[in-house]
Design a protein around this ligand. Sequence first.
Ligand code: NAP
Ligand code: 8YV
Length: 319
Amino acid sequence: MSDAPILMLSPMAPHVIESLDGAFALKKAWEAPDREAFLAEVGPTIRGLAMAGHARVDGAFLDRFPKLEIVSSFGVGYDHIDAAEAGRRGVMVTNTPDVLTDEVADLAIGLLLSTLRHLPQVDRYLRAGKWLEKPYPLTPTLRGRRIGILGLGRIGKAVARRLEGFGVEIAYHGRSKQEGVPYRYYPTLVDMARDVHVLLSVAPGGAETDRMIDATVLQALGPDGVLINVGRGTVVDEPALVEALRAKTILSAGLDVFADEPRVPQALIDMDHIVLLPHVGSASVETRRAMGQLVVDNLASWFDGKGPLTPVAETPVRR
Ligand code: NAP
Ligand code: 8YV
């Protein structure tokens, strides 16, 4: 139990709210009739933030909280948070790695198979009564395909382990070759795209990866190529992807993430041969609960003087 004022901007899961309400002086911004007046009043006192969603946390945002010590963020990706700027100010940022790795990897495999074997389209076909007329046309296959993973981190490796069971060849691209990894490394993304049949992205968002899957990479992937993206939408040049799908430069795509969520380009929605999911990689009851608990546990550990449990790389670990 601490009297530290913690701010939650928008409602998180009930168990997170209850835990933080019990352990801290929790301030709930969404309950305030005048949010701006509320933030102006409590902002100078706030020592911790519990955050869900992808609202931008930058210098201007941090200016409102001069006593802030820690931002405990829900989700492993934190490209919406300027963690380097937080670090410069001595503000700790934590995320929720590991607890969602297997869930997202499972979803990636499901999305890959759904895209290749047209599972959503086949379901729609049956429901429309079309099976009574004739069988669904034959689909592409996973058999014999080489898979190139962009971003062989925690989730990328969990995807690769699952793919080993499918008997397919696996390669990867990242900023550097990893020791002890049995898959072929490509120093450039375009070379990997040229050699594989499926480009599966689990790379984080941010300036470094912004639109790195561009028209050149899609051209290299080729007319039999499939793009699966469960990382961040900003990693893909979306207009170039739309054009590649339209022009059949690539065969298909399975996307869980988009550049401007929850807005999805109408051109993608209108294409029946691709599979689109509303960013549900980690969205099971159990995994979201574990992520929420880690948001709470990071705050509890910090204000107990035990340091953060899962700090991001850019921020200082202080006690
Ligand atoms: P991670 O362990 O940090 O892995 C990220 C990988 O990306 C690293 O292996 C890194 O390899 C690579 N990478 C980073 N910058 C790169 C660059 N500029 N070029 C090429 N590769 C780069 O993170 P994780 O836990 O696996 O999560 C990965 C991402 O998945 C998250 O950041 C998030 O955006 C996304 N995600 C999505 C969902 C969903 O619901 N769809 C759920 C969870 C996470 P190198 O260091 O070798 O470059
Ligand atoms: C979350 C994610 O749904 O962890 C991530 O990076 O993309 C997802 O698990 C998202 O961050 C919550 O808004």
